[in-house]
Design a protein around this ligand. Structure first.
Ligand SMILES: Cc1cc2nc3c(=O)[nH]c(=O)nc-3n(C[C@H](O)[C@H](O)[C@H](O)COP(=O)(O)OP(=O)(O)OC[C@H]3O[C@@H](n4cnc5c(N)ncnc54)[C@H](O)[C@@H]3O)c2cc1C
Length: 434
């Protein structure tokens, strides 16, 4: 595994313009990588719970791309309320970042989830929430079920181009009338010979205006709501698919969010991922990676909120002293840094358990719950210490305050996470029989 990781990472670094750094001088490179990771995370080495030298090099390589090719354009994308998904994904795909855990036969690196964790964490250094979210949809939300359960044909058609960055994916689960209650979706794919005819619509579809294909949850048979649905690979250019609306949002401006209608959309039955009728179960499995990704993605933004606030309040003077010198300010930041380390430990532990093959539904739900809440607390408390500047569009803290509010809602609201946790704790009351 280690040698293979070296080979693929070396290829990735070459493409990222880091060819001069060789693995033979790994000690120096490792030290450099560790310095980057530890100064950035403020976690003084705690990264080694799940990260070794290759993870740190992967992070460093991605950081170069973010600083060179992504962050310089973020302001423009935020203004335009869109980012060029095909261009950005191609760049990431060429460097191996879209298929870290995906099978080699389809262009992936076949590494374990700790490497996806490293990538997900590093994406938090992009200067907005929208672009990391769009990338996460491609890597951890729309493709895990396809990679685990899809046929060879579907993987060649949809997974391979998503890994190489030639295709943009989106996930169609939520609908106008069904968000938290996934089992209640109404989109229906009726059988007609060897085809499916899809009618209905999806709501809140990230990447929806740009996507080439959708991993779409639809009802495919009668019967119990947990057994009557399938996940379907749906090419977005199929006649009958309409992007009805681009939704305007309070944050995540770089990311496009669409409402989509389906009217007599015909796809072959062979586009069903895995077993027909297992879509709900597959989606619940797929949610595990979505929720770990969401929690991992919170680490760098929280750390950046704290670090940027320390810098600003140290410089900013009021009543003859730095704002930072008020005990309420530095104590608050100390508390937040402590909470961040608690979250980091829980996230890394969850990743470690997941890598060992455990069902981490409970832990992933706890991590997502805590990450959403801490993002809200940290962004609100830090923004306060910026005074009027915090209320402008000119500073990162205000963008993170807006963008990161989504975490407690999207991918399962806080209350849905609590319901899952309580089910595992066996404290959820049973539904009353009428
Ligand atoms: C920017 C953005 C991007 C998104 N991207 C995607 C995407 O790419 N693909 C996709 O399929 N979906 C996507 N979503 C949808 C997202 O996952 C849903 O918004 C989320 O699951 C909540 O569903 P809802 O909005 O319908 O809220 P509702 O289900 O109407 O719930 C409203 C509120 O009710 C409360 N609530 C719900 N259930 C319970 C309960 N059991 N107990 C107590 N309180 C409860 C919660 O506070 C919840 O926030 C996105 C959403 C947004 C805003």
């Amino acid at each position: 595994m280690f040698k293979m990781a070296q080979r693929v990472l070396a290829a990735s670094f070459r493409q990222a313009g880091l060819a001069k750094r060789s693995f033979s001088s790994s000690k120096t490179t490792f030290q450099k990588a560790q310095a980057v990771a530890s100064s950035a995370s403020g976690s003084s080495g705690s990264d080694d719970i799940v990260y070794g030298p290759e993870h740190l090099q992967l992070k460093e390589s991605l950081r170069k791309i973010i600083e060179r090719d992504i962050n310089p354009h973020v302001e423009e994308w935020e203004q335009a309320k869109n980012f060029p998904a095909h261009k950005v994904f191609k760049l990431l795909g060429d460097n191996g970042f879209l298929g870290v855990t995906k099978p080699k036969e389809y262009g992936g690196l076949d590494l374990d989830y700790s490497y996806a964790c490293a990538v997900g964490e590093e994406l938090g250094y992009i200067n907005c929430g929208g672009v990391p979210m769009a990338i996460g949809v491609q890597t951890d939300m729309a493709t895990p079920a396809l990679a685990k359960f899809g046929s060879d044909y579907l993987k060649r058609e949809f997974l391979a181009p998503s890994i190489s960055g030639d295709a943009v994916a989106c996930l169609g689960v939520s609908e106008v009338g069904s968000g938290s209650d996934v089992a209640s979706i109404q989109t229906r794919a009726s059988r007609k010979g060897d085809d499916l005819i899809i009618n209905g619509g999806k709501m809140w579809t990230t990447n929806g205006t740009q996507a080439d294909w959708m991993c779409c949850l639809a009802i495919t048979s009668e019967g119990a709501p947990h057994r009557n649905k399938s996940l379907i690979c749906l090419p977005m250019k199929t006649p009958g698919v309409t992007v009805a609306k681009k939704i305007q949002k309070i944050g995540m401006h770089s990311s496009d969010t669409a409402q989509i209608f389906f009217e007599d959309v015909r796809v072959p039955r062979s586009h069903i991922i895995g077993e027909e009728g297992e879509g709900f179960t597959y989606q619940m499995i797929q949610f595990q990676e979505e929720r770990i990704f969401a929690a991992v993605g919170a680490l760098a933004p929280i750390e950046r909120m704290i670090e940027e606030t320390i810098k600003y309040t140290r410089e900013r003077k009021a009543f003859g002293q730095s704002v930072l010198d008020n005990q309420v300010v530095h104590f608050t930041l100390g508390e937040l840094a402590t909470e961040l380390e608690m979250l980091r430990s829980a996230v890394y532990r969850t990743v470690a358990l997941y890598v060992k093959g455990n069902d981490v539904t409970k832990m992933a739900s706890m991590c997502k719950l805590k990450a959403g809440r801490l993002l809200r607390e940290a962004s609100d408390k830090c923004l306060q210490f910026w005074g009027g500047m915090g209320y402008t569009d000119e500073v990162l803290i205000s963008r993170l305050y807006r963008d990161m509010r989504l975490l407690s809602i999207g991918g399962g609201a806080d209350e849905v996470m609590l319901s899952i946790i309580c089910k595992f704790m066996r404290t959820m009351p049973k539904p009353v029989k009428k």
